[in-house]
Design a protein around this ligand. Structure first.
Ligand code: GRF
Length: 203
């Protein structure tokens, strides 16, 4: 399965997916990494891993539809069949989300449906939750909505601030994103009635 990864920043989740996809038995390959920001640190990581990259600057387009169409053009040029959003900080149009229905997943640094949106770690601390974490889900038009594939929970420590909690959550992200992609790419996880059903993982 040919994967396109969309990033905006450091790309540590992209790097985790690229590493996992390099394993012999992984049911997917990364065809291209696309960033909406030319300065994204993830671009250098992708190039170092020998992955094709592209920059599509959202500021160069008159509207979201034109930007999304340019992304689609690059994805098509690389034969992409499935999209992974990894630290991608743009809301996609309904048309794009529809075109990639059940073929696009995202990672969110919270245990959805809790803490959709931004600043999830400070909000978790402010809410006094004892567990926080990350969620991989199929993308739907509503921000951070969609059928959940995998989650990873981490404890919130009394000593935590947003930075220490974010770092612990990022570690969980790097574990669950490759797992989630493996489950979906192998066909073991699929959407039924807006829920993800997972065949026995045999573990
Ligand atoms: C991180 O905050 C992560 O939790 C979220 O996007 C941000 C950047 O991640 N998914 P990455 O290092 O660019 O993958």
């Amino acid at each position: 399965l040919r994967i396109g990864i969309l990033i905006s920043g450091g790309g540590s989740n992209m790097a985790a997916l690229v590493k996992a996809a390099g394993e012999a038995d992984f049911p997917a390959e990364v065809a291209v990494v696309v960033s909406n920001r030319a300065g994204a640190g993830g671009l250098a990581k992708a190039e170092a891993a020998g992955i094709a990259t592209a920059v599509i600057d959202h500021k160069a387009f008159p509207d979201r539809e034109a930007f999304d169409a340019a992304i689609d053009e690059t994805l098509a040029a690389h034969g992409v069949e499935f999209v992974c959003l990894a630290g991608f900080m743009r809301l996609l149009t309904e048309g794009f989300v529809t075109r990639w229905h059940n073929r696009m997943i995202n990672i969110h640094p919270a245990l959805l449906p809790l803490f959709k949106g931004l600043n999830t770690h400070q909000r978790a601390l402010d809410a006094g939750v004892k567990f926080h974490g990350a969620t991989v889900h199929f993308v739907r038009f509503g921000m951070d909505e969609g059928p959940i594939i995998a989650q990873g929970a981490v404890p919130v420590l009394a000593s935590d601030d947003a930075a220490t909690l974010a770092a612990r959550v990022l570690g969980a992200e790097h574990r669950i994103y490759p797992l989630a992609l493996r489950l979906v790419a192998s066909g073991r996880a699929r959407v039924e009635g807006e829920k993800v059903v997972c065949e026995d993982m045999g573990e």
